[in-house]
Ligand binder design. Structure first.
Ligand code: ADP
Ligand code: MG
Length: 244
């Protein structure tokens, strides 16, 4: 009993620390990201320079994702749930990655319907950007990145398909492992770890279809917005954390 109490106490300290550090670091990151996005919309900056802003934004998102991962570890429920319009969310992510896509001669082709789900917009942006960025990076000599949405009575799916280098079985099974990256100094191996973790917190699942030197398709499946899910998910939930 005593050992369990000490462990709980330790967990409490760690999660408290994680949450406050994350909070302190995320504030300046969010501000920086906001200013970068303002620059992105500026007409005085030539398109070919905007790719640097785009890279900066996606790198900030990567950093934010790592922090969020630890914050989520400390606090497993997303802080805010809302009704998300997938078409709008995906278009927002595309706008951020467009300059990076142009730099790699990648054509992003969205085929979107207006599907709705309940979730957290910050989490969903992070998920979409991390997956789309991998798709773009898998096509260094250009290609098409297709994004589809599908909805049936109980679920919504987001399908992101590239025509890139693909993955073999060993790579696929290591996907999402912290620090697993084949990009040497250019990769951190955090992107998919964050994706898996965040999708899980929104009650979704990730399906990976890929073969070496063939296209890779990532399918995200989330519960569709039904009256019942809306009711259950939008209900305030008591904190899961142990509080003294
Ligand atoms: P990083 O992008 O920093 O390497 P990720 O977690 O995002 O880390 O991805 C891990 C690894 O999974 C990549 O290095 C790559 O080998 C592989 N991978 C992920 N997405 C794709 C994709 N769309 N096509 C081919 N390989 C991929
Ligand atoms: Mg990545």
């Amino acid at each position: 009993v005593l050992r369990r109490l000490i462990r709980m106490e330790k967990m409490e300290v760690v999660s408290h620390l994680a949450a406050s550090i994350s909070h302190e670091i995320r504030n300046p990151l969010t501000a920086t990201r906001g200013f970068l996005q303002l620059l992105m919309e500026s007409k005085d900056i030539p398109e070919d320079k905007k790719k640097y802003i785009s890279i900066a934004v996606s790198e900030l998102d990567q950093a934010e994702g790592i922090i969020r991962y630890y914050l989520t570890f400390a606090k497993p429920t997303p802080e805010k749930l809302e009704v998300l319009n997938l078409e709008e969310e995906i278009e927002k992510a595309i706008r951020i990655l467009e300059p990076l896509a142009n730099m790699n001669a990648v054509d992003i082709r969205p085929h979107l319907h207006s599907c709705k789900m309940v979730g957290n917009t910050g989490f969903l942006q992070q998920i979409l950007i991390n997956i789309m960025k991998n798709g773009i990076e898998a096509m260094p000599n250009g290609g098409v990145l297709s994004i589809y949405t599908k909805q049936d009575s109980s679920k919504v799916s987001i399908i992101i398909a590239d025509e890139g280098v693909g993955m073999d079985e060993a790579q696929k099974s290591r996907l999402g492992e912290p620090y697993f990256s084949t990009k040497e100094s250019k990769g951190t191996g955090h992107g998919m770890m964050v994706v898996f973790r965040l999708v899980e917190t929104m009650n979704g699942s990730v399906q990976v279809d890929s073969e070496k030197r063939k296209e890779t398709t990532i399918t995200l499946i989330f519960p569709a917005l039904s009256e019942t899910t809306k009711k259950i998910l939008l209900q305030p939930r008591p904190g899961i954390l142990f509080k003294p």
